[in-house]
Design a protein around this ligand. Structure first.
Ligand SMILES: *Cc1c(COP(=O)(O)O)cnc(C)c1O
Length: 387
């Protein structure tokens, strides 16, 4: 059998594994930050109508510039943030992962450097590697916030061409204050002298945040880019639609690297239908936000250390053996995410019954862990006595 490493593959890909959480079939799946609500039936019908329409002209290439879709996305951002935008400042692609890839193709690449603050969304590092961009992992404080002084020092040392600020941050849920983002932006520009640096704010979870969007920061800052997705708040992870808002020059720049007709007519039609239902979908977001806050409170009541969350998931711990807790939850039919941060796990916010099932499973697991600990202490004491 031929293995990947037998192929003349690029050296930096040797021995690597593809990104992806396990897709296991279990009753309660809370591991990939998906929106738990299925697409509402009226929207399903609207998608069918629009896709049927699009099907009639599938012999033609789609609108290469997706102008209608970008106009509607600009309208959505304007309505929800109060920051006025036209379609010339918005660009769309197949998921925000493709947005990030296009940005790195245009502004990163061989000989260039990208920097982010770990733990953060691992695709930033993976897409950097995939585009030949060197990745530098900057630190966070023990409470997972960004330490501005340390961050600025890291920026000065590595002078990144591309700086990623994920807010709210995946997997921790941590939001970054606008003053901090601006200070990072200034430091990144200064570090590269006249050349400037591209600062990408990944706002995949913006709609779930307690804080307003960072979108207004793009004004007057042509190297500041905001990236968004319909995968989370719009409950459309299967659609694959991400977008960015920035100076119009950034939109022109990514068009130098995008594949022609990258967004299919079917994708454009489906996304336009979903945008018609934005208000309904944002109603679900409100429910998820209050469920998220409930999960945070109940986990704290169980004695867990929970990171403040502005996203649709919650980071919790601290466990001696997070992998064992992950397995015990799975044994009770609940799948959460173990992403390798010592002692911590991440749970996505589900429907109320799903969150109840998770919390019930956690109560049992916490009790079992306590009993195990007591058994161990008893045994140790007996061993002491016998000595
Ligand atoms: C889920 C997620 C995305 C979304 O990626 P898509 O390609 O749009 O599905 C982007 N950034 C972060 C931080 C995420 O967690």
């Amino acid at each position: 059998m031929t293995r990947i490493d037998d192929l003349p593959i690029r050296d930096e890909l040797r021995g690597k594994s593809p990104y992806g959480a396990p897709q296991l079939t279990v009753p309660v799946r809370l591991n990939t930050n998906e929106n738990p609500y299925p697409v509402p039936e009226p929207l399903v019908r609207r998608i069918a109508e629009r896709v049927t329409d699009a099907a009639r002209s599938l012999n033609r290439y789609p609108d290469r510039e997706a102008v209608r879709l970008r106009t509607e996305l600009a309208g959505y951002l304007t309505r929800t943030t109060g920051f006025p935008l036209d379609h010339d400042r918005v660009w769309a692609a197949n998921g925000s992962n493709e947005i990030i890839q296009q940005l790195l193709q245009a502004f990163g690449g061989p000989g260039r450097t990208a920097l982010g603050f770990d733990p953060t969304y691992s695709m930033h590092a993976l897409i950097s590697r995939g585009t030949g961009t060197r990745w530098v992992s900057g630190p966070r404080r023990p409470d997972f916030t960004v330490d501005l002084d340390v961050a600025v020092a890291t920026i000065r040392e590595h002078r990144p061409d591309v700086l990623f600020v994920c807010s709210p941050n995946n997997p921790t849920g941590t939001a970054v204050a606008p003053e901090t983002v601006l200070a990072l932006y200034e430091a990144a520009q200064e570090a590269r002298g006249g050349a400037g640096a591209l600062v990408v704010i990944d706002e995949a979870y913006a709609e779930f945040s307690h804080r307003p969007s960072l979108l207004p920061l793009v004004e007057g800052r042509p190297t500041l880019v905001l990236s968004r997705t319909m995968s989370k708040a719009f409950g459309a992870a299967g659609l694959r639609l991400g977008y960015l808002a920035a100076d119009a020059a950034v939109v022109d720049a990514v068009q130098l690297v995008r594949l022609p007709y990258h967004l299919s007519a079917v994708t454009q039609a489906t996304a336009l239908a979903a945008l018609e239902f934005a208000d309904t979908l944002l109603g679900y977001v409100e429910e998820l936000k209050s469920e998220r806050d409930r999960v945070v409170a109940e986990l704290r009541a169980l004695g867990c250390d929970v990171t403040d969350s502005d996203a649709n998931f919650v980071q919790f711990g601290v466990f001696d053996d997070a992998a064992a807790v992950w397995q015990r939850l799975l044994d009770r039919g609940v799948l959460v995410r173990d992403y390798g941060i010592a002692g911590r796990l991440r749970v996505s916010t589900g429907t109320r019954p799903e969150n109840d099932a998770f919390l019930e499973a956690m109560r049992t697991v916490v009790k079992d862990l306590e009993n195990d600990r007591h058994d161990r202490t008893d045994r140790n004491e007996k061993a002491e006595d016998n000595r």
